[in-house]
Write a protein that binds this ligand. Structure first.
Ligand code: SF4
Ligand code: SF4
Length: 219
């Protein structure tokens, strides 16, 4: 499954933190970039209407921060964007997350063109939990190399209201929802996909996640 970066440049302030963070993380020399923030404008195209956008453009040197996602971290650019303008994930997740919003671009690096059809969000092997009809059946599929379940695919986002999930999350991971340092929010939902950014750093383990999902799926 191909992975990529979703860049919601509507929120990009042009601060260039992503450029710097990427260069430091990946040892990119001065004058080269793994991601480059381009400025388009300003110009006035109608009375009182101005074009001015900042658009971060990943380059051929972007490898999606494999060394970070393999250990459960967000790519450096995503982690360091104060405007929360970037998302990392599989293309399917990101397309779903895009919704109807405007001013977004989706980047898939060359390195992922032959990616195997394996769910590896944040570089973590995941346990896939699918329920075609959540009221009747539940099918669990062990994915190759399933060692940690820091990201899981589930239908709970479809069948359980956010409030109930939040309560359950608070029960299993007390205080985490209120943690302002939890990148991109405590729990992101990509329709049927639930992610736990920085799970490893926050002490979320396969065991605690499994307990959470067991109760969530029983709601
Ligand atoms: S860090 Fe975020 S806000 Fe700053 S330039 Fe990069 S994408 Fe834009
Ligand atoms: S994913 Fe990593 S390598 Fe790619 S642009 Fe972001 S920081 Fe640079």
């Amino acid at each position: 499954m191909k992975r990529g970066l979703l860049i919601d440049y509507y929120y990009c302030t042009g601060c260039k933190s992503c450029e710097v963070a990427c260069a430091i993380e990946n040892g990119i020399p001065v004058g080269q970039f793994g991601i480059k923030v381009e400025q388009v404008g300003p110009w006035e195209y109608e009375p009182d209407k101005w074009q001015l956008s900042y658009i971060p453009v990943p380059t051929e040197q972007c490898n999606l921060c494999e060394q970070r996602v393999e250990v459960g971290k967000q790519p450096s650019c995503v982690h360091n964007c104060q405007a929360d303008a970037m998302r990392y994930g599989t293309v399917a997740e990101l397309v779903e997350y895009m919704g109807d919003n405007t001013r977004q671009v989706l980047f898939v690096p060359e390195t992922d063109k032959d990616a195997e059809d394996v769910v590896r969000t944040f570089g973590q092997p995941v346990k896939e939990v699918k329920r075609e009809n959540p009221a009747v059946t539940e099918k669990e599929t062990e994915k190759e190399g399933n060692a940690m379940g820091l990201s899981m695919e589930s239908t709970i986002g479809d069948v359980i209201d956010a409030g109930a999930v939040s309560e359950l999350f608070e029960k299993h991971f007390p205080g985490l929802l209120a943690d302002p340092n939890l990148q991109n929010g405590a729990m992101l939902k990509f329709g049927t996909f639930v992610q736990f950014p920085q799970a490893a750093e926050k002490g979320i383990t396969e065991e605690t996640l499994s307990a959470f999902f067991t109760e969530a799926n029983a709601l």
